[in-house]
Design a protein around this ligand. Structure first.
Ligand code: ZN
Length: 282
């Protein structure tokens, strides 16, 4: 089944079918291979070790102010991905003033997930080829593939080709997103790395351990894993992993949602939460 949807001048094609054998037979096996991205593997290992150590430091060497500061930055980073790059920019579920878009752009920078432009491009591909082997987030496999392995492998030649075909014209018209794309690594260094580490040391004399392992590493580990769930939460909260309609409509009466099938059928509905809820912005 293929659904066409047009909103705010953005035409999207949502393809939710398994690939046909004819499609697969056309592909050169080399074009489907995804290699390990060793920088990403090392990053993932270090982030998790340092983040878990951050939990120890949080309870032993961290002031309440740093703990609250970390919670605030974590919350803002998650808002930047869920309300910003996912709802506003990838799916156009609402419109926003330049001030709100600027605020969400800074919040999205606080997620450390790469630029909004790249996030949107990959998420649109994820929706377009959902439940097929072309999905960069392995929506046809399992949570481990989607949440971890997708993030530490390069894209295949075919996925890169499909990514290049994604319509990004609406995003290219957004000056705030393009500004962030152009200066991403400077913004990342200032807002994501330096300020969160510097503030606990400079303004309320907390320990170096609290700044490095809690305000930076623990925050990064939480935000990035929650943000990755946007692409893989359907394995946890999905009603039917084979993407069939629910067996009973009572599910809708009880939970008021067929989430996440609903999100993949109507991604422009702002009321569908990323993590299984409906009717309130998550
Ligand atoms: Zn989505």
């Amino acid at each position: 089944m293929t659904e066409k949807h047009s909103t705010n001048g953005l035409s999207q094609t949502e393809t939710v079918t398994q690939p046909t054998s004819a499609d697969e037979s056309k592909d050169n096996p080399k074009d489907l291979k995804r290699e390990a991205s060793w920088p990403a593997v090392l990053f993932y290992i270090h982030l998790n070790i340092l983040g878990i150590y951050g939990v120890v430091v949080l309870f032993t060497q961290t002031s309440l102010v740093t703990a609250l500061f970390t919670a605030l930055l974590t919350f803002l980073g998650i808002i930047g991905v869920t309300c910003g790059s996912h709802r506003l920019w990838a799916h156009r579920t609402y419109t926003a003033t330049p001030i709100l878009r600027g605020f969400l752009m800074l919040c999205q920078t606080l997620a450390g997930q790469g630029s909004i432009y790249e996030w949107v491009r990959q998420h649109r591909l994820h929706h377009k080829v959902f439940k097929t082997s072309d999905d960069p987030y392995y929506s046809d496999k399992d949570l481990l593939h989607s949440q971890v392995l997708a993030q530490i492998r390069t894209l295949s030649v075919k996925q890169q080709r499909l990514l290049d075909e994604i319509d990004m014209s609406d995003i290219e018209d957004d000056k705030i997103v393009m500004f962030q794309k152009k200066f991403y690594w400077i913004l990342y260094l200032i807002f994501f790395v330096l300020l969160p580490i510097n503030a606990p040391l400079e303004y309320w004399d907390d320990t170096v351990q609290a700044a490095l392992f809690v305000a930076f590493s623990l925050r990064y580990m939480i935000v990035i894993n929650v943000a990755w769930l946007v692409n893989s939460a359907h394995f946890i909260w999905g009603l039917d992993k084979n993407f069939k309609q629910s067996d009973s409509n009572l599910i809708f009466v009880i939970t008021k949602t067929y989430w996440p099938q609903y999100h993949y059928l109507m991604p422009w509905d702002y009321q569908t939460g990323e993590f299984g809820n409906y009717g309130k912005i998550s």
